[in-house]
Write a protein that binds this ligand. Structure first.
Ligand code: ZN
Length: 219
């Protein structure tokens, strides 16, 4: 079942690797699914596999308790982080978790990225926070990620990487690339020593626009 959804997961995972957002088998990608009875599930990349060799049947389907529903491979160790984000964010249908270089620099500094550029607020929802450190694959990391993500579309994981979300697979990948772009800009700006963030009233307007598109409030 879900062949086209699994294919979408593979395509985005391969693109994530091609674009240099991860090295080797790192990172993971998932898509929200529903079975015919309405039970919530997700299709996720398997643990420790190179993306270029992934076949449709390698994508694992698990329920929100992490129990495998389809597939022989072991689901990504970060499955719990994905399920907790889906539980918290009803409009999120796709998640990309990667380790791109500039987000990783920010992850090491622990500095939240303030609203710097219009598109950051419009598409990510404002600042990009750094979630408190926890070991990879743990419920604590999932909890810290959900908390620092809040209503926004990207969060940096301390000393680890970045997680981005979207209404579909393509959007989650685009947000990951945008977060990396913002991290790159912030690292460069900090090295020049002068930061002019967006004016507060502009941030407020753009956050309202973001909420009208991505907010959980309206249906
Ligand atoms: Zn990771």
């Amino acid at each position: 079942m879900w062949d086209s959804e699994k294919k979408a997961v593979i395509e985005v995972a391969q693109e994530m690797e091609r674009k240099g957002l991860v090295v080797g088998t790192a990172g993971n990608v998932s898509l929200r699914l529903k079975d015919p009875s309405g039970r919530e599930l997700l299709a996720i990349t398997p643990s420790g596999r190179y993306y270029d060799s992934l076949k449709i049947d390698d994508i694992v389907v698990v329920d929100f308790e992490g129990q495998r529903v389809e597939g022989e491979q072991k689901a990504s160790i970060e499955t719990v982080m994905h399920t907790e984000v889906y539980k918290a964010r009803k409009k999120v249908n796709a998640i990309v978790h990667a380790h791109p270089a500039f987000c990783s620099v920010i992850a090491v500094t622990g500095l939240d990225i303030p609203p710097l550029i219009d598109e950051q607020v419009i598409y990510i929802g404002g600042e990009i926070k750094v979630a408190e450190y926890a070991l990879p694959g743990t419920p604590e990391l999932a909890k810290n990620a959900v908390s620092a993500l809040g209503p926004r579309n990207a969060v940096i994981l301390a000393n680890h990487g970045v997680l981005s979300v979207g209404r579909d697979m393509r959007e989650a990948l685009t947000i990951c690339e945008l977060a990396e772009e913002m991290a790159k800009i912030y690292v460069s700006v900090l090295s020049l020593g002068k930061v002019n963030t967006l004016p507060a009233e502009v941030v407020e307007l753009e956050k309202a626009f973001f909420a009208s598109v991505y907010g959980e409030g309206e249906g």
